[in-house]
Design a protein around this ligand. Structure first.
Ligand SMILES: Cc1cc2nc3c(=O)[nH]c(=O)nc-3n(C[C@H](O)[C@H](O)[C@H](O)COP(=O)(O)OP(=O)(O)OC[C@H]3O[C@@H](n4cnc5c(N)ncnc54)[C@H](O)[C@@H]3O)c2cc1C
Length: 455
């Protein structure tokens, strides 16, 4: 444990910083339990941090920050049952590589290998594919260390409501120690890319969303064509040049980072700069590789991102409105708008709760001025029933969010029962979830709040 005030912690993007009273880096479940009991005795709040890849102050605290990046590793693999148990601080990449060595894989993951499993599930992390809900839907059971320092094993049979809530809880119900996830036999994916007029894609949006196992498209808002990416499961062997293909997206991001620097004086110059050849153009891509190497790619360039989960049926309208707004401002990010899709989820705080989802992501360089773009598009996505990604930039408060989550009150009840003193709360969680409510306040409320805005 470090001395008070001696530590500074910051997110991966470097845009959010905090000064915890102490930073604890446990390497075992016992050490986590001891740290929580010690914090309880001193009356200090506790927050967990994974790899810090969220773009907001979710992991920040002025109390005890538990950095779980050293509590890592795969605990056990049961290939016959299709189950893997990992420590919370294990990265998604480490997990995927270990599974691959056992002939197994996760059915679907997002683009980032460096984030921790506990951090990813806690914020509703998702990949793309209409048959796939967010990563936390793959959890079979989990071990949660509560504010009382008790270790609870939660699953769908023994504790259905607590289990559903704990699957996506922003670290507010306790510390996820180990997580047992469902896995599938390892598989390979064929990547195919093509471009089409954006309007044609939007007109047939739900059909496009179902055209392959995993689909995504990216679109530069000043252009009228979109780049479509479809992934199909294939028995074919990995392509010889698969490694080079995988780095093509990384090179694109390096290019965006450079353009962000060059265009920081005036974001209206971005389309012109984007037309210049700063690095070799991306080769046409049709290749095969192991699933986890197709889903993820190295992302060394730091940026800021905002993403909303929308009802699948309103996503095309939201994108049309977004195009109008962005073109009106005339200022652009060098990064494409990224659109993905997913199945509905049943974790009360999952952004995909109860509906098939279209995810719309806008990425901007960290340069001043670009944040204005995020401010301009957030109301557009919100007006179309969007729920912000818990790990990305947004300005929503509990008042805005509560009506968008039909089981919001159930979550608050479970939270009050597991953490009655608000040990796992912070200024930021007070903003997005409200403070922990004492049970008497909760008993006067109905369980499911009505959805007032179609969200
Ligand atoms: C380059 C990049 C690419 C990304 N790609 C995607 C993507 O494809 N899809 C997507 O959905 N998101 C994506 N994200 C967002 C990212 O998945 C989330 O922000 C995720 O939470 C990051 O995990 P982390 O380990 O860094 O968690 P942190 O940011 O460190 O923490 C996130 C939350 O998890 C909590 N937490 C962490 N560990 C524990 C624990 N053991 N117990 C309880 N709570 C815990 C923290 O308290 C905090 O509330 C991306 C982010 C970046 C920077």
């Amino acid at each position: 444990m470090t001395a008070p005030g001696a530590v500074r912690w910051q997110t991966w993007s470097g845009t959010v910083r905090c000064t915890p009273a102490s930073l604890v880096t446990p390497t075992s479940e016992d050490e986590i339990v001891r740290a929580i009991r010690a914090a309880g005795e001193r009356g200090l709040p506790v927050r967990a941090a994974g790899s810090g890849h969220s773009f907001n102050a979710l992991a920040c605290t002025e109390g005890i920050l538990l950095d779980l990046s050293r509590y890592r590793g795969v605990h056990s693999v049961d290939a016959a049952a299709g189950e893997v148990t990992v420590r919370g601080g294990t990265t998604v990449g480490e997990l995927a590589e270990t599974l691959d060595r056992h002939g197994l894989a996760l059915a679907n993951i997002g683009t980032l290998a460096e984030q921790t499993v506990a951090g990813a599930v806690s914020t509703g992390n998702h990949g793309s594919g209409l048959a796939h809900a967010p990563l936390s839907s793959q959890i079979i059971r989990l071990r949660l260390i509560t504010a009382a320092g008790a270790v609870r094993t939660l699953d769908a049979e023994s504790s259905p409501d607590e289990f559903r809530c704990a699957r996506t809880a922003l670290g507010t119900l306790g510390i996820l120690s180990t997580v047992t996830l469902r896995c599938v036999p390892q598989f390979r994916l064929r990547v195919s890319q093509r471009t089409e007029p954006l309007d044609a894609v939007l007109d047939g949006f739900t059909a496009w969303a179902a055209e392959a196992d995993h689909v995504a498209f990216s679109w530069l808002p000043w252009q009228d064509r979109a780049g479509l990416r479809a992934l199909h499961v294939t028995p074919a062997l990995p392509s010889r040049d698969a490694v080079r293909r995988r780095y093509a997206t990384t090179i694109d991001e390096v290019r965006c980072g450079l353009i962000g620097l060059a265009g920081r004086a005036d974001a209206r110059a971005v389309p012109w700069l984007k037309g210049r050849s700063l690095l070799p153009a991306r080769p046409p891509a049709e290749y095969v590789d192991a699933s986890h190497r197709v889903f993820t790619f190295p992302q060394p360039v730091k940026f800021l991102a905002l993403e909303h989960a929308l009802p699948l049926d309103t996503t095309a309208d939201a994108l049309r409105a977004l195009r109008r707004t962005l073109r009106r401002t005339g200022a652009y990010s060098p990064y494409s708008v990224l659109v993905r899709v997913g199945a509905g989820d049943d974790a009360p705080l999952s952004p995909a709760y109860g509906r098939r989802t279209g995810y719309v992501n806008l990425t901007v360089p960290r340069t001043a001025g670009q944040v204005e773009l995020l401010r301009a598009i957030e109301p557009v996505l919100r007006d179309h029933g969007g729920r912000p990604h818990w790990g990305k930039a947004h300005t929503a408060t509990a008042e805005v969010l509560a009506p968008r989550y039909p089981e919001w009150e159930l979550f608050q009840q479970v939270r009050a029962a597991l953490d009655p003193t608000g040990m796992f709360a912070s200024d930021y969680t007070d903003r997005v979830l409200g403070p922990v409510r004492i049970p008497a306040e909760l008993s006067t409320l109905t369980l499911a709040a009505p959805i007032r805005d179609g969200g």
